[in-house]
Unconditional design. Structure first.
Length: 393
C-alpha cells in the first residue's frame, strides 16, 4: 500500500427537489453574479432551467447564461465563456448538465482566474493557480466531473482532446437529483454507466500498490453499476437504480477508489480521447470499444489484478489457470457491454478507421502522455498503435 492524499471538498446535496437549493448554495459559497453554463435545449424543455432561474430571481442573484456545451466540449466555447464572464464581472459559475457542461465550466473558470491562454493548462505547459468557484446541477450520471478534479476539452484546431486536473477546479457543491436523468436516451444512460465503471477500472488495474478496503469499495461499485445498468435497460424510470448509478458516478471519480495505489493506469481513457477528438464519438462508447483490446494486450503483465477482477466482479469460477480465469473475466465484461448495447470494437462503434488514422491517433496519444504511460503495463506509441489495430473488430 502506498501513502495517499484524499481531498473531496465538494458539498453534495442528493435527492428530490434539490435544484431548489441552488440559490442558497451559491450564496453560501460567496456567489453574487453567476454564469449559468449548459448544453442543449433539454434543460430548458424539461423546465429545469426555469426552476433554477426562478430561485435565483427570488434570491436576488444576478446571472447571465451561456449554452452550447456539446459532448467532447470545445475550446472555442470556453473562450467565449471567459470573455462573457470578464465582461459581466461574473464571480461564480453554475454548470447545469452533464460532464460536458461541467468540464467546459471548469475551463472557463481557469481562464477567468488566470492570465494567458487557458489551453496552456490542457497542453501541460503550465499549472493553474486559481479557478472561479463552481457549482453543479447534475443531469447525467457519467463523468464524475461533479466531484472530480478533472476537465477534458477538445481544441478544434487539429482535433486535439486533452484533460487537465487540479484541485482548484473541484466544484464547491453538487446538486444531484436522480429524476433528472430519467429522460435520457437509453444509449446515453449506457454510455454513462460505462464511463463510471471505467473510472473505477482505470484505478483498479494497476501494478502500483493496492489496499484491501479500496479494492473492496471498487469491486462493490462495479457490481452495483452493472446490476443497476441492467435494470435501467428494462426500467429506465426506476428511481432507485437511477440513484445508485448517480452516486456511483461521483464516487468513481472523486479519488476514493484509488486510495493506496499509484493512481491507476488511465491508458484506456487516453486511447479514447484520440477517438473522441478525431471522430467525435460518445465517450463511454469509445471506452468500451477499446477496453477489451487494451485488456488482452496488457493482462499478462497485471495478471493478479485481472484474476481478482474476474472472480470478485465478474463472478468467474476460480478453477483453471490464472490466465484462463483472467481471459474469461475480460470476455464476461465484453458480454456485459453488449447486454447494455455498448460496442466492444471500432466496427461496432461505427468507426471505419484507416491505418493512417490509427497511426495518427497513436502518435497524438503518445504526445499527449509525453511518450509513454501505463501501470498495468507501460505503453509506448507502438503499443498504442497495436491496441488500436486490435480494436478494429
Amino acid at each position: 500500500m502506498f501513502d495517499f492524499r484524499y481531498f473531496t471538498p465538494t458539498k453534495v446535496i442528493f435527492g428530490k427537489d434539490t435544484e431548489l437549493q441552488a440559490a442558497k448554495l451559491i450564496r453560501e459559497f460567496g456567489g453574487n453574479k453567476v454564469l449559468i453554463h449548459y448544453g442543449g435545449g433539454s434543460v430548458i424543455r424539461s423546465g429545469l432551467m426555469k426552476r433554477v432561474t426562478d430561485v435565483l430571481d427570488d434570491a436576488g442573484i444576478e446571472y447571465v447564461m451561456l449554452g452550447g456545451a456539446v459532448p467532447n466540449p470545445r475550446l472555442g466555447l470556453v473562450y467565449e465563456g471567459i470573455e462573457l464572464c470578464k465582461k459581466e464581472k461574473v464571480d461564480f459559475l453554475l454548470a447545469v448538465g452533464g460532464g460536458s457542461a461541467i468540464d467546459s465550466a471548469k475551463a472557463i473558470g481557469y481562464g477567468v482566474a488566470n492570465e494567458g491562454d487557458v489551453w496552456d493548462f490542457y497542453d501541460y505547459k503550465r499549472k493553474a493557480e486559481a479557478c472561479l468557484p463552481l457549482g453543479v446541477i447534475l443531469t447525467i450520471a457519467a463523468t464524475g466531473s461533479e466531484m472530480s478534479d478533472s476537465s477534458v476539452i477538445t481544441k478544434e484546431e487539429g482535433l486535439v482532446k486533452r484533460g487537465y486536473s487540479s484541485d482548484f477546479g473541484r466544484a464547491k457543491f453538487a446538486i444531484m437529483k436522480p429524476e433528472l436523468t430519467m429522460t435520457l436516451p437509453d444509449y446515453q444512460t449506457a454510455c454513462g454507466c460505462a464511463d463510471i465503471m471505467m473510472h473505477t477500472m482505470e484505478r483498479y488495474f494497476t501494478n502500483g500498490g493496492n489496499m484491501e478496503l479500496t479494492d473492496a469499495i471498487a469491486e462493490g461499485l462495479l457490481r452495483t453499476v452493472m446490476k443497476n445498468a441492467l435494470i435501467l435497460v428494462k426500467e429506465p424510470k426506476n428511481y432507485d437504480a437511477r440513484a445508485e448509478v448517480m452516486w456511483a458516478g461521483s464516487l468513481s471519480h472523486n479519488g476514493l477508489t484509488g486510495c493506496g495505489n499509484d493512481g491507476g493506469d488511465w491508458m484506456t481513457h487516453k486511447l479514447e480521447h484520440e477517438l473522441g477528438g478525431l471522430y467525435d464519438v460518445a465517450h463511454g462508447a469509445g471506452l468500451t470499444a477499446v477496453w477489451g483490446s487494451w485488456a488482452r494486450y496488457v493482462y499478462k503483465d497485471c495478471l493478479p489484478r485481472f484474476k481478482r477482477f474476474a472472480v470478485n466482479v465478474m463472478n468467474v469460477s476460480a478453477s483453471g489457470t490464472d490466465e484462463e480465469i483472467a481471459l474469461t473475466g475480460i470476455e464476461a465484461m465484453e458480454a456485459f457491454y453488449r447486454k447494455i448495447k455498448m460496442p466492444t470494437n471500432l466496427k461496432e462503434l461505427g468507426v471505419d478507421a484507416t491505418d493512417e488514422d490509427l497511426v495518427e491517433m497513436a502518435h497524438k496519444c503518445a504526445v499527449g502522455v509525453s511518450g509513454s504511460m501505463g501501470s498495468a503495463r507501460l505503453l509506448y506509441e507502438e503499443d498504442m498503435l497495436a491496441i488500436y489495430r486490435m480494436s478494429r473488430g
